[in-house]
Design a protein around this ligand. Sequence first.
Ligand code: SAM
Ligand code: ZN
Length: 280
Amino acid sequence: MNNGLRCPVCGQMLQQQNGLRCKNSHSFDVAKEGYVNLLLASRMKSKTPGDSKEMVAARHRFLESGGYAIFAEKLAELCTELAKDKSGPIHILDAGCGEGYYDSVICQTLQQLGLEYQLIGFDISKAAVRLAAKRKIPSTTFAVASSFEIPVADGWADVILNVFSPFAGNEFLRCLKPGGTLLYAVPTAEHLMGLKQVLYEKPYPNSEQPIAYAGFEQKQEHTAQGQLVVCDGLVQDLFAMTPYYWKTPKEGGCRLSACEKLETAIGFRFVVYKKRNGKK
Ligand SMILES: C[S@@+](CC[C@H](N)C(=O)[O-])C[C@H]1O[C@@H](n2cnc3c(N)ncnc32)[C@H](O)[C@@H]1O
Ligand SMILES: [Zn+2]
């Protein structure tokens, strides 16, 4: 079966044959967890690119606690609508999939509704992809790869998910079918305001300026928002998932360490973009 993956060296399709192999005999092992590493050592700027094992573990604990379940449910609902419009299996590509939490909720929902799918999730962090592969989600392939060199065939994807990972417009356009959909998650103005109020003297809301991306047409947006109460170790896990973890002055970090319970607004906007006609 065409698994959608292409060779990162020569661009030929990869076939299952003692691991994955292209017709030019470039071969890639499948790790015992079931993922494949398609990130070429020559293209790596660091030995362990992307989120570290510790960051991935914190994200995994937090997401599995259900703190962001409303976002996973909204994504699953949006993928369901798109899958219902298709006659065959919907092809979903999760760019920067992390430890695969959203993929597991989306696929479980599609399965329960009897909707066919094929999902490829990739991330530049091997630690993240290893955890994602351990989820053993049916009809899903996980790979270590970069959004700026996606090892997926041109026009393979009906939908690309981009949840807080780097935006690679040209590669997204290449991988999307004509008329394909990009679901792009951005924070609402008040997302994590309760956390920022502990960290900073003067917290600012997130910008909600619409962003135009060349080759994409913005169609709609869907918002999921709520109030979250986080206790004990999960407060630090949530902090470790955010960009504030890297740029908060020490006093802010200390105030948060003393917090046993944190209450905050959370909200994602899922912006729906369609690939414009005529774009490759
Ligand atoms: C904020 S996390 C989001 C992960 C996941 N989408 C989620 O929401 O749970 C950002 C992810 O982007 C990954 N990442 C960073 N640079 C990347 C790149 N060039 N290509 C693919 N993934 C990348 C990181 O390793 C990390 O897992
Ligand atoms: Zn090859």
